[in-house]
Design a protein around this ligand. Structure first.
Ligand SMILES: C[S@@+](CC[C@H](N)C(=O)[O-])C[C@H]1O[C@@H](n2cnc3c(N)ncnc32)[C@H](O)[C@@H]1O
Length: 412
């Protein structure tokens, strides 16, 4: 029996209620086999070979970031029968919940009392925050009426550094000192921030962000190893609450190490790091090429990338704040000794970007995808000029049906 099966906790009491862990009732090896079979089916028109999957060594408490919602909602007595009409002459009873959204619902949250995804600080922290909100008589957000002061709670931890940040999203003033004391009672070393978000949209995007204790960022490290497991390079990332970073640090660093090994083998002079975020691939491979061009559309991620390059003493990465589809139009790809790395969001590539990459003439392309369905759509275009030479996957998201895929393409 593998180490991960041995450490499997009892099935979470919120299983099937909250949308977090759809596959938690399957042993981990079976989850991986199910995802692998689905991936083979989706990619069958392009690849008939094996698709090895790199697993998460310990698939519990691996996530480095979670965002939870505060919800004021009518009490919902299970089992809920849609055919039974509510007696509208009776007043509604309300409850306040803090947790992940109820599966399929935008306006209700499950009051989380256990969770196998995030760090073990999560549950004591939720208890402390609930007690603080009750003591201060603060109302949770009502998603239908847009009332209430407490909206979201975001936690982020550096798995390789131990640094942590807690951000409370509110619509109005709250007692700050007592909030800091509540967080410190369970997580004394955490940085603490307060964000104001009065917009109607249900995202954790703040209008303002202020430090209550410590700093407005944490550092996380990626440790890059050779295929034999020898440490080759370390990259430090400065992460603000909003910066994109893979949520499973330890498995992500295996993927970055694998990409680094392929770059070593390909020996490009120039890397086009398209959909580059804060430069993870460029910084992981900066010592292996003459220069890297990192193209990313979100400005704060680009600023983080520039800062991260400085932090790591890297001077051969150029950062471009642009959409890839615009970048390839304005600055045609110079194919000589170049490698293209693609890592688009779940929606995949813009068809114009896929076409430009397909016609770029570079010898090799590495495509990293968090959504095999859109990967297959983009491969329809890319394989007009390229063929797949290998496919593999990394299980970044244990207990969910998501999987990260890496395919290698070679010019026909
Ligand atoms: C899956 S993330 C990859 C980030 C980075 N490669 C990493 O490993 O951390 C995809 C990135 O693409 C960016 N993005 C989304 N659409 C884009 C577009 N049309 N052009 C450029 N970047 C885009 C997102 O902001 C996000 O940072």
């Amino acid at each position: 029996m593998s180490a991960c099966l041995k450490s499997m906790p009892n099935l979470c009491k919120h299983f099937k209620q909250c949308g977090g862990c759809a596959m938690l009732d399957l042993p981990y090896e079976q989850q991986v086999a199910t995802k692998q079979a689905r991936l083979k089916e989706i990619l069958k028109d392009f690849w008939s070979g094996d698709i090895p999957v790199t697993q998460t060594d310990d698939p519990f408490y691996f996530r480095n970031k979670v965002e939870l919602g505060f919800c004021r909602q009518p009490v919902w007595k299970e089992p809920f029968d849609k055919k039974v009409k509510r007696d509208k002459t009776l007043p509604l009873e309300f409850e306040q919940t803090l947790g992940f959204k109820l599966k399929g619902r935008w306006d209700r949250a499950v009051d989380i009392e256990e969770c196998v995804l995030f760090d073990k600080h999560l549950i004591p922290l939720l208890q402390a925050v609930r007690a603080w909100a009750q003591a201060e008589n603060l109302e949770y957000y009502d998603h239908r009426k847009h009332t209430g002061v407490l909206r979201h709670l975001m936690l982020r931890v550096g798995k390789n550094t131990g640094q942590a940040i807690v951000v409370l999203f509110v619509t109005d003033d709250v007692p700050e000192k007592t909030f800091v004391s509540a967080v410190q009672s369970v997580w004394p070393e955490a940085n603490i921030m307060l964000a104001v978000n009065t917009s109607l949209a249900d995202t954790a995007a703040p209008e303002s962000l202020r430090v209550l204790k410590g700093r407005d960022f944490i550092e996380e490290k990626i440790i890059l190893t050779s295929p034999r497991g020898v440490q080759e390079r370390e990259v430090v990332f400065k992460l603000s609450p909003q910066s994109f970073f893979q949520t499973n640090t330890l498995t992500a660093q295996k993927m970055y190490s694998r990409v680094r090994a392929l770059v070593k083998e390909i020996e490009p002079k120039v890397i086009y790091d398209l959909y580059g975020g804060a430069g993870s691939f460029s910084l992981s491979c900066a010592d292996l090429c003459e220069k890297s061009l990192c193209v990313e559309s979100v400005a704060p991620a680009v600023y983080n990338g520039i800062e991260n390059a400085k932090l790591n003493g890297v001077s051969n990465v150029q950062f471009f704040c642009a959409k890839v589809e615009d970048f390839v139009k304005q600055q045609p790809i110079n194919k000589k000794d170049a490698l293209i790395i693609l890592d688009p969001p779940r929606s995949g590539m813009h068809p114009k970007a896929a076409k430009a990459v397909a016609e770029s003439g570079v010898e090799r392309i590495l495509y990293i995808s968090c959504n095999p369905v859109t990967l297959a759509v983009d491969l329809q275009i890319l394989t007009q000029h390229y063929e797949l030479t290998a496919a593999e996957a990394f299980d970044f998201f244990p207990h969910t049906d998501h999987i990260e895929t890496l395919v290698q393409l070679k010019k026909k």
